[in-house]
Design a binder for this molecule. Structure first.
Ligand code: UN1
Length: 508
């Protein structure tokens, strides 16, 4: 552990606010935060949290930095992000190991998360030469119309524990090439990862003399989070987390007519049709439901399986679940590490009690585990349930998979969409009509819909996010960059007369 911390510039006690670079750390006088590892409940390191004054200092520096950063040509901003990507490559293993230590992800997933950051850095570099606007044909003679995209300002980024590094990069690296500066409030559960990232990128910021472009403020939601969402100096708040949190962020930011980009809870299902390749469906389901201990927004929470193959599929799932090795995520053979903390395990147990009292049956798992003393472990769990059970309608951030059964395809689709959330979805079938029906306007109502691929593990190239209570925001690839810029429509008259639009005459 010591060597990982040393490689990432972390100490026993760390400062919790920076405006970027090696000398950007603020002398915070806030309360100490202890970070423990979910692997064994042991202390990793401490962080001195930001005070209100620190927050003010960061916002002031960020706003000053924006004045310059927005004037730097976008491809030059892309060059800074390219160098950040190189630093991330060099530190992929160490940062991945810290994510494992702090969030409990298995090594492959910890490193996979850093790879996601590297990929988005590459994407952002290309994007820095492609912030395209459209041109239009004016209805008036000798007029030209087009739109352009300008930097927006200081963007507030609030992230969750489950992707403590990648979600920052989706927002921050895209926002940076767009000419924005970023103020990041990470989850207090995984704030060391945020400090490590700022240490990794510090030499790049030093080299370019950039202070205030990438900022970090660590503190509680009630202090730092509230300050950010109520702050009119932050035109955009991008928040990832629960629907409950997002509802508060969305309404608070809306009250000041700011913008918010929300990526909230999911209740992701896979429909397994009678003609599905069951081996593929099985592997996708296990990765989706058990991977990251069921703590991805995109985790598979519901299986909607055709009655004719239900028995066979559930038996195969049960056999697979029995082989999932739960334990220390640093060990090569482990497939499922701990949940994030003791309360996450309690919430899982509460959900299972509710499920039983609502008429569900636990088919596999359901219990707490102690493969490592002091850690927060539970068994991957299969539950036979019905879609309308209140517990099935709710996102529980844990490895619980509800098994639902259908007989005709319309019922499967109806069940699929009949939840308040709308993030990710999948169908396993060899039938063109089924897969096309799933992707049609009348099919899946989610932001992500896959065929013969599970619900989790999305690539960075697409826009990521979902509908309904998932919040409607889109981050990462495609044209998600537009959310981080302001659009301006320009009409230029290069003639000698002043024709009015809509043919209006208004002569003196
Ligand atoms: C999240 O859980 O908030 O698709 C993000 C995936 C990852 C990102 C998940 N690429 O599972």
């Amino acid at each position: 552990m010591e060597s990982i911390l040393a490689k990432l510039g972390l100490e026993a006690s760390n400062k919790g606010a920076t405006t970027g670079g090696s000398s950007g750390w603020l002398t915070t006088g806030g309360e100490m935060l202890s970070t423990v590892s979910p692997i064994d409940g042991e202390l990793i390191a401490r962080i001195q949290q930001a005070t209100d004054d620190d927050y003010e200092a960061v916002v002031a520096t960020a706003r000053e930095a924006f004045e310059k950063w927005r004037c730097m040509p976008a491809p030059q901003r892309g060059e800074v992000v390219r160098q950040i990507g190189l630093r991330l490559r060099e530190h992929k293993q160490a940062l991945g190991a810290l994510i494992t230590l702090e969030a409990g992800k298995i090594t492959a997933e910890g490193e996979g998360e850093v790879q996601e950051m590297i990929d988005i850095a590459d994407f952002a570099v290309g994007l820095s030469r492609q912030l395209y606007g459209l041109t239009m044909h004016s209805e008036r003679p000798q007029h030209r119309m087009y739109e352009q995209w300008h930097p927006l300002g200081a963007v507030g980024v609030i992230t969750a524990f489950n992707f403590p590094a990648a979600v920052w990069s989706w927002n921050a690296l895209i926002a940076a090439v767009c000419g924005d500066v970023v103020i990041w409030k990470p989850s207090s559960k995984t704030a060391l990862t945020a400090i490590a990232i700022h240490n990794i990128i510090a030499p790049v910021l030093d080299q370019h003399g950039l202070r205030g472009v990438f900022n970090l403020v660590i503190g509680s939601g009630t202090q730092v989070g509230e300050a950010m969402i109520n702050d009119p100096r932050l035109p955009l708040i991008s928040a990832t987390g629960s629907t409950r949190m997002g509802r508060h962020v969305g309404t608070t930011v809306a009250k000041r007519l700011g913008r918010s980009l929300l990526e909230l809870g999911g209740n992701n299902a896979i429909i397994v049709c009678e003609d599905a390749d069951l081996d593929l469906a099985l592997r996708a389901t296990v990765f989706g439901a058990v991977g990251t201990a069921g703590q991805r927004c995109t985790s598979t929470r519901r299986i909607i399986v055709h009655a004719a193959i239900r028995e066979r599929f559930v038996q195969a799932l049960t056999r697979a679940y029995a082989q999932v090795r739960v334990g220390d995520p640093r060990r090569n053979e482990t497939l499922m590490g701990p949940l994030i903390d003791a309360s996450a395990v309690d919430q899982m147990m509460t959900a299972l009690d509710q499920a039983r009292s609502q008429g569900a049956e636990v088919l596999f798992g359901g219990e707490r585990m102690t493969p490592v003393p002091g850690g927060f472990y539970a068994a991957p769990t299969l539950v036979a349930a019905e879609n309308h059970f209140p517990v099935v309608q709710t996102e529980t951030f844990a490895p619980i998979l509800y098994i639902l059964e259908y007989e005709n395809f319309e019922d499967a689709l109806r069940m699929h969409n009949d939840v308040p959330q709308g993030l990710s979805s999948a169908i396993f079938t060899k039938s063109l009509p089924y897969s096309e029906a799933f992707l049609a306007a009348t099919g899946s109502d989610c932001g992500i819909a896959n065929v013969n691929i599970g619900t989790s593990g999305a690539e960075i190239g697409g826009a990521f996010g979902g509908e309904k209570e998932t919040g409607g925001g889109r981050e990462s690839g495609s044209d998600a960059w537009r959310a981080y810029m302001r659009r301006q429509t320009n009409t230029i008259n290069w003639g000698a007369s002043l024709p009015l639009a809509q043919g209006i005459t208004f002569d003196l």
